[in-house]
Design a protein. Structure first.
Length: 391
């Protein structure tokens, strides 16, 4: 069987695989972009240029890992990285230098406040050789956050102005902090977007309870981590059927499994950032290798064969099987008598005999929580011979 084809079509470009590096400090300079390429990235997005000049001056410290002692899945990368340090002239020059030293596509990322500057910035990065432009109207550190602008209107407006200035592909970045981000993406497509990104980071706050002060710089910050993927997947499956343009999924991907989930939900490319920040550029290669191994294992030849297939497999609320089909069963040979199941069961189904726990199938609600929390993995959920109908 031939090796699977991981290539994708994105914004008129044929990429060898879907893993793209999102804009951040890891893509701020031509040297950083070269490191992305050397690590196996198919494309990269230059760290965002901001018209708002104070955002170009970095605050220190600007990173905090919340719950740093726990597993990666429990961590939150809390950051106030803001914009590229370059003014527009130097930003364009850095893109030009990147295009001379890198072979991968390089996208610019722009955040402007005025129509005049959108025009100037789009023209500058196109002349510098950028392969496309991300319109960053939803950055968690953007001035629109404090002004209270309607972000969807800002995205549509930026698309109109940018399209009058450039022929490059335009890709707006949608914020997750909307009631209906799927409809925002559809509006962006109607306004002329060549692709959309789901999502920018959330804006959040952490507080030191001893000093009773906001942590780090004293204000809001962006936050991300593996926890974010479930929100992205939810809206990917709602957005994919509405669009004919590609979707770049961003948020929560730390391994190949995360990237595969994004593609199953409808993503064409997957942008990664936090995993590189905390694990290094080598994470890119591990994710790409995992994608190839997944297709081989499932005997698929291309990502197109699996893209978006979960969208047609979602069960609507009214069609969910609500019968009590399963009950929990304890394996006494592996039970460690820790009492976790007894503590978490609110249905009175758990009893103890000779220091071993037993679950009454008639009392068991079938919720599955005890099986998920059992540290010895001594509990399994088994099918009932006849499902129970319970109100």
């Amino acid at each position: 069987m031939p090796s699977p084809d991981l290539s994708v079509e994105y914004c008129g470009l044929r990429l060898p695989h879907p893993i793209v590096v999102a804009p951040a400090g890891i893509t701020e300079t031509a040297d950083h972009l070269r490191r992305c390429e050397d690590a196996g990235a198919s494309a990269a997005v230059m760290k965002s240029y901001f018209e708002f000049e104070p955002a170009r001056r970095h605050a220190t410290p600007r990173f905090r890992v919340i719950r740093p002692g726990g597993p990666m899945s429990a961590r939150v990368l809390y950051s106030f990285e803001q914009a590229s340090v370059f003014d527009l002239q130097h930003y364009a020059e850095e893109i030009r230098r990147a295009k001379e030293t890198c072979s991968i596509p390089v996208f610019a990322s722009l955040s402007c406040n005025t129509e005049e500057h959108w025009l100037e910035a789009c023209r500058a990065v196109e002349q510098a050789g950028a392969d496309g432009i991300e319109l960053n109207c939803s950055c968690p550190h953007g001035t629109h956050i404090t002004r209270g602008d309607d972000i969807v209107d800002a995205i549509v407006g930026a698309l109109g102005v940018a399209r009058s200035a450039t022929t490059l592909p335009l890709v707006p970045k949608i914020t997750p902090q909307l009631a209906r981000p799927d409809l925002a993406a559809a509006e962006a497509q109607e306004a002329g977007a060549d692709a959309v990104i789901l999502f920018n980071r959330f804006t959040g706050l952490d507080i030191d309870i001893e000093t009773q002060q906001p942590v780090m710089h004293g204000g809001y910050a962006g936050y991300g981590g593996t926890w974010a993927i479930h929100y992205v997947l939810r809206w990917l499956t709602a957005t994919y059927p509405l669009l004919s343009i590609p979707i770049a999924a961003s948020g929560g991907v730390f391994d190949a499994a995360g990237a595969i989930k994004m593609i199953l939900a409808g993503a064409t490319v997957v942008q990664v950032c936090s995993v590189i920040v905390v694990e290094g550029y080598e994470a890119i290669g591990r994710i790409v290798q995992g994608l190839a191994e997944y297709l081989e294992r499932h005997e698929r030849q291309s990502l197109a064969e699996i893209r978006g297939i979960v969208c047609n497999r979602l069960v609507t609320l009214e069609n969910i099987d609500r019968r009590n089909r399963v009950h929990a069963l304890v394996d006494p040979s592996t039970c460690k008598s820790c009492g976790t199941c007894l503590r978490v069961c609110i249905y009175g189904a758990v009893s103890i005999n000779d220091k071993k726990y037993r679950i009454d199938p008639e009392q068991c609600d079938g919720c599955g929580l005890c099986a998920e929390l059992c540290p010895a993995r001594a509990i399994t959920m088994i099918e009932r011979p006849v499902p129970l109908e319970r109100g």
